[in-house]
Design a protein around this ligand. Structure first.
Ligand SMILES: *Cc1c(COP(=O)(O)O)cnc(C)c1O
Length: 245
């Protein structure tokens, strides 16, 4: 009896996910238009942490092709049944360096690199694998003053970027940030702007464009798009609320 009940609870509402996805895509298009940008300049990453594999499959079948997870182990468990999906898998959560080698084999992009030792481990894990593309990485920048948050401090980003671009198995594509969660989303705008301005200054530092700005989540992605986001990471607005762990 208990087993049946649990199964019923975990049943994924595929139609709901499809409707949610379409709604998010409409909101992205509207925000892009408002900012004078094309909606295809903004990639949508469905953050599926704590959601079951069937929820990912439902979103994929509704047209989503980028997914984010925040834990290596959780994704190792889910991917077993999703091997047939032609999707791009992003690690968006903090990565401990002792899991770097595993992450390098499981994800096409690590969006949360925030120190050089970690970058080196990712680089080494891709070494000697002929024919494998470079591992895409983003630097996670701490846009808040507060200590203890993940991400490299903005003042130290230039030094880290210079070292990471020298690693031959990584492709540094841009920057990512997780600003504070604020009810008034317009108060988040300065954090997004700060990341964009930092990116622009780093372009000068390394002499090439860093094309990617990964910023904006369910409650604030429209503002992020207005401030130049090229990737938004959306969880609950697509998959519904997360089950408490
Ligand atoms: C969970 C998570 C998201 C998505 O958050 P929602 O508020 O559910 O959209 C985005 N980015 C990161 C790094 C996350 O951990």
């Amino acid at each position: 009896m208990l087993g049946c009940k649990l199964e019923a609870i975990s049943t994924v509402d595929r139609e709901q996910i499809r409707d949610n996805l379409f709604r998010v895509q409409e909101r992205i298009a509207a925000a892009a238009q408002k900012a004078g940008r094309r909606s295809d300049e903004v990639a949508l990453i469905g953050v599926a942490k704590t959601q079951p594999a069937e929820a990912i499959r439902a979103a994929y079948e509704a047209g989503l092709s980028h997914f984010g997870e925040n834990r290596v182990q959780e994704w190792e468990g889910k991917r077993a049944t999703l091997g047939d999906l032609q999707a791009t898998w992003h690690l968006v959560g903090h990565l401990q360096s002792n899991k770097a080698a595993r992450a390098a084999g499981l994800f096409q992009s690590v969006d949360s690199v925030d120190d050089f030792a970690l970058a080196q481990r990712l680089d080494r894990a891709r070494d000697g694998k002929d024919g494998e593309p470079k591992l895409r990485v983003l630097l996670e920048v701490r846009v808040e003053e507060e200590e203890g948050k993940s991400g490299v401090r903005a003042e130290q980003a230039a030094a880290l970027v210079e070292k990471v671009v020298a690693l031959s198995h990584l492709e540094l594509a841009g920057l990512m940030c997780i600003p504070p969660f604020l009810g008034d989303v317009d108060k988040v705008r300065p954090y997004f702007r700060r990341l964009r301005e930092l990116r622009d200054s780093l372009d000068h530092t390394i002499g090439r464009r860093l094309p990617v700005l990964s910023m904006g989540m369910s409650h604030d992605f429209e503002v992020a798009i207005e401030e130049g986001a090229t990737e938004v990471r959306v969880g609950t607005a697509i998959f519904g609320s997360r089950t408490a762990k």
